[in-house]
Design a protein around this ligand. Sequence first.
Ligand code: ATP
Ligand code: MG
Length: 314
Amino acid sequence: MEREKAISKDQIAEKVYEIYDQAYEKVPSIRNPKEASRLLKEKYKLLVEEDLVTLVFSSFIEGFPVLFEGPPGTGKTEIGEALLTLWGGRKSFVLPCSENYDEYRVIGDFHPLRAYKEGFNENSFIPRPLLAALILDSGVLIDEIRRSSEEFQNLLLDIIDKRRIIIPELKRVYKASGEGFQIIFTSNPEDLAQNELSDAFLRRVVRITFSYPPLNKELEILRLRLGEKIELYEGEVMVYALKAIDEIRKTDLLYKPGVADSVRWMGISARIAQLRNHRKVMVEDLIDGAKASLVKRAEEEKTILEIIESNVPH
Ligand SMILES: Nc1ncnc2c1ncn2[C@@H]1O[C@H](COP(=O)(O)OP(=O)(O)OP(=O)(O)O)[C@@H](O)[C@H]1O
Ligand SMILES: [Mg+2]
């Protein structure tokens, strides 16, 4: 119905449905924070406090986009994507930002040959993800916003403020048709070589900070993510491993392991143990797993392995 209605009067909407409808499939829309938090855990294997969901959904209702800020590997991208999907009732769009992002890449572009032959019209126009999300009334995760130019950020502000997209070449204005079209930005303020966010930008978003979870939460995440591999970890081994991770985070090493790294480290070490026919994960498996997943710079290897050896009992 909704599709027929949109298409019947618009060739661009028709193209959007043709290109994106199947890839961004519909899911039941959930706007109750408690239920969303439960589904995030069960379906998406994401541990997200109900309070965080409440804050995000309240911002959406009030018409504000949300900015997730925090260190790498703390779940900003995955949690943002899942929340937008649940809220919007359709798989959310993800735009990974880079310096050269502009309206042609996110709103729409003209097919060069068709535009040459027929001019800049609806026929030669190719809709891109941000316009598609607005027409489909679904959420958009704009990842690593600090990597984009100020010009791009200003373009987004205008769209966010007015909940509409103008395509001057076609003399067309598209307005958001429902509440599903919402935006979550992510950013890592500690990442070097990134742009500052302007005050104008910060004024318009609700900022939510992410940080490393406390040990008991991180353990719960490991249990959620490791599945049957968890059985290879005997006693307190995972607790010691997480204590080592915590210590590495407090050093001045350049690469700080996030939760994503703990999950990867424990996952790889378990596989190494299995392939070595070990009945359980041994220290040597953990060390080799760490070399593969925690060490990102040769000169940092020694410190990382020393921290692990001093935390994990032999
Ligand atoms: N709350 C959580 N629940 C479950 N898994 C989590 C959680 N937080 C982090 N993870 C782990 O981290 C991964 C997701 O990290 P994600 O890429 O979303 O982090 P990020 O903060 O966007 O990092 P980056 O800054 O590097 O982009 C998951 O696949 C999972 O392994
Ligand atoms: Mg991310």
